[in-house]
Every structure is written in C-alpha cells, then in structure tokens.
Design a protein around this ligand. Structure first.
Ligand SMILES: NC(=O)c1ccc[n+]([C@@H]2O[C@H](COP(=O)([O-])OP(=O)(O)OC[C@H]3O[C@@H](n4cnc5c(N)ncnc54)[C@H](OP(=O)(O)O)[C@@H]3O)[C@@H](O)[C@H]2O)c1
Length: 329
C-alpha cells in the first residue's frame, strides 16, 4: 500500500515520532511502522526504562532501530527534544496505566504529569506547527454505571486514572490537529505481567476467575497499530476529517469471562477459568464503548460465530513470536 502523496513533503519522508515505544501499545505500533512503513516514513522512537529491551526485540524481528530513553516527567527536556526532532506526526503511547498506580503522592503526581500534562504539552506543541498528534484515552474515563458510552458522553469516572485521561481528552475537542483515540486493548508486552493477557499467560496450570459481569469492548494492540498505519498513510500529516476529536475505537462487546476462555482455547493453554458473578469494585462493570463508523473500520469481533474473529486471530498469530522472545529475555 502506498501513501497518499503529500505535496508539502516534497521529496522527504514523513517524520513520525512514537513516544512510549517501550510499552505494550507503543512497541507494537512501532513494529507495524518498521514492518510496513520504512520507505515512506522516518521513524523516531522515544522510550522509558525498557529501551534496551525494545531495541533487542526489534533486532530479533530483523530491524535495527534505536529507542531514545527519555524522561517524560521533565517538561523542559521534552520541549527541547521535540524542537530537535521537529516531527510531522506524533503518536503518544506513553502513560501510567491504572495497574501501575500507587497511592503515594509521587506516583500520583507522575500519573497527572504523564496522563494529563504531557498530552497537553504535546497539544500545545502541535498547535503552532505543521504537525499532528494522536493521544490515547481509555474506557476508564467512564464509571461503567451505565452500559454503552458514545464518544460525546460526559466522562464520569471517580478514579484518578480516569480523571487524568478525561482531562487530556479535552485537548482534542474542536481542534483538527489533535486526535484522541479512546479505547481499551490487550496485547503482548516486552516484559512484566501487569496486562490482562500477560497475567493470563503467567497462570498456566492454574485456576483463575473470569468476571462474567465485566463487559468489555477492547481490541488488540495489533489492531490499533493497523488502524494508525492506515490513518497515517491516508492522511499523512493531516487528521482525516472522519476522525477528528475523540473517537471510540471499540470491538463488539464481550465479557471478560468469555474473552479469557476464548484465548485459553485458541492458544491451547492449560488454565481453568472459573465464572465469578459476585460484585467486585472495578471488576463487574460495563464500560462498553459504542464505536463510530470509521471508514471500513466497523467494530471488529473476537468471535465470528464458528471461527475466530479478527481480534482473536491477532492473539493467536503473535503468540509464538512473543513466547520465543520471552524465553530469550
Ligand atoms: N492498557 C490498556 O488497556 C489501555 C487502555 C486504554 C488506553 N490506554 C492508554 O494507552 C497508553 C499506552 O498504554 P500501555 O498499556 O501500552 O502502557 P505501558 O505498557 O505501561 O507503556 C507506557 C509507556 O510509557 C512510558 N513511560 C511511563 N512513564 C514514563 C516516564 N516517566 N518517562 C518515560 N517514559 C515513561 C513507559 O516506559 P517504560 O515502561 O519502558 O519505562 C512505556 O513506554 C497509555 O496512555 C494508556 O493510558 C491503555
């Protein structure tokens, strides 16, 4: 697939900066661009502590790519580096997710900085330049007390994580250079077991609970990577008019119990998933995002009747790559 001609680019490549390229989402998005975009895209990667791991991973996949370690807490360092890179497109995959939230004041401040202040700093940067920004938000901006949230519904989460993400969403409202992709996802990580999928994989041979009343509309990191690739190929430095503001990138709803069972079956894992119907704060809720029509990007599914849905296929297709990576890590 070739990129739409950007006359303003003349003969140079589109400069895409991925921030948080060591994370679950960021490294997978970077991989997509390495696989498919190198001829037309100059890729710059900033990461956190796992930068060496990420470089080793890209190397194993056949790509020599450096990941610059950055301290995103430091606003002046970020401004300085942005000025040096001068990107055409910024994809901000950095953040502090709720599983990594601590109760001490320092981590609360870091969460506010990474999830709210950094996206706003990036927004300010792009507003004065020929540059566009993609930020990621979460279904956690909603409390989950009612089922089904439209993109324009008012965020009502009482949690610190939800609030930090909700404020950052406001940067993209009515501004056509900033896109907020509100979503939820699972995928493989370079290290650690905090995400749902890695936590599941760390429970081989065990018996665990799956929450029947946690209704979820998340996608895969691979799906988001494809979405971004197509979006940027089609619109280059511009945000396509269909995708302005906040967009809900969501799948057909599924319960966490069904999701875990499906993954266990598809990967042939020896794990028993026991149903859990009791109310547990944050585990029995429905934060289903109602997807909007995005070109051909209709809500994908985990289960297509008798066969695997597109999303389950992502998990199956990448299992071996990450298993091997984890064994050498
Ligand atoms: N996970 C989900 O289900 C989900 C759902 C919806 C939205 N989101 C949003 O999507 C984004 C990515 O999430 P994820 O699950 O991929 O998170 P993740 O795996 O924890 O990755 C976060 C990234 O941010 C970097 N980072 C964090 N603090 C940093 C700091 N002080 N300095 C430099 N880098 C720092 C991390 O670097 P190192 O770890 O290498 O240090 C990593 O590259 C976040 O904005 C998150 O809120 C996540």
């Amino acid at each position: 697939m070739t990129m739409k001609k950007n006359t303003w680019l003349k003969d140079r490549k589109l400069k895409v900066l991925i921030i948080g390229a060591t994370g679950m989402l960021g490294h997978r998005v970077a991989l997509e661009f390495l696989k498919d975009g190198e001829e037309e895209i100059e890729l710059i990667l900033w990461g956190g502590n796992r930068n060496i791991l990420a470089m080793d991973f890209f190397n194993e996949q056949g790509y020599v790519k450096s990941v610059l370690p950055t301290c995103l807490i430091d606003t002046s360092e970020v401004d300085l580096l942005l000025g040096v890179v001068n990107p055409d497109v910024i994809i901000n995959c950095a953040g502090i997710i709720k599983q990594k939230q601590g109760n001490d004041i320092k981590t609360m401040r870091d969460m506010v900085r990474l999830n709210t202040d950094l996206p706003l700093q990036l927004a300010e940067f792009v507003m004065d330049r020929e540059c566009t920004l993609y930020n990621f938000s979460s279904d956690c901006v909603f409390s989950g007390r009612k089922a089904g949230f439209y993109k324009d519904d008012e965020p009502d989460s009482p949690s610190l994580y939800g609030r930090t993400k909700a404020i950052a969403e406001m940067a993209s409202l009515k501004r056509n250079k900033i896109k907020t992709i509100r979503t939820s996802f699972i995928g493989y990580e370079l290290s650690g077991n905090v995400s749902l999928l890695e936590w599941l994989l760390s429970n081989k041979g065990e018996s665990i609970f799956g929450y029947n009343q946690a209704i979820w509309t998340g996608v895969t990191t691979a799906y988001i990577a494809r979405f971004l690739m197509e979006e940027i190929r089609n619109s280059g430095k511009y945000i396509s008019q269909y995708h302005k503001g906040v967009c809900n990138l969501a799948a057909q709803p599924i319960s966490k119990f069904d999701l875990l069972n499906m993954v266990v079956d598809a990967l042939n894992l020896n794990i028993e998933i026991k149903p859990c119907y009791t109310f547990i704060e944050d585990k029995t809720c429905n934060r289903a995002l109602l997807p909007q029509h995005l070109f051909k990007w209709n809500a994908p599914s985990w289960d297509d009747g008798d066969c695997e849905g597109e999303l389950l296929r992502d998990i199956v297709d990448e299992y071996k790559i990450y298993q091997e990576w984890r064994e050498t890590e």
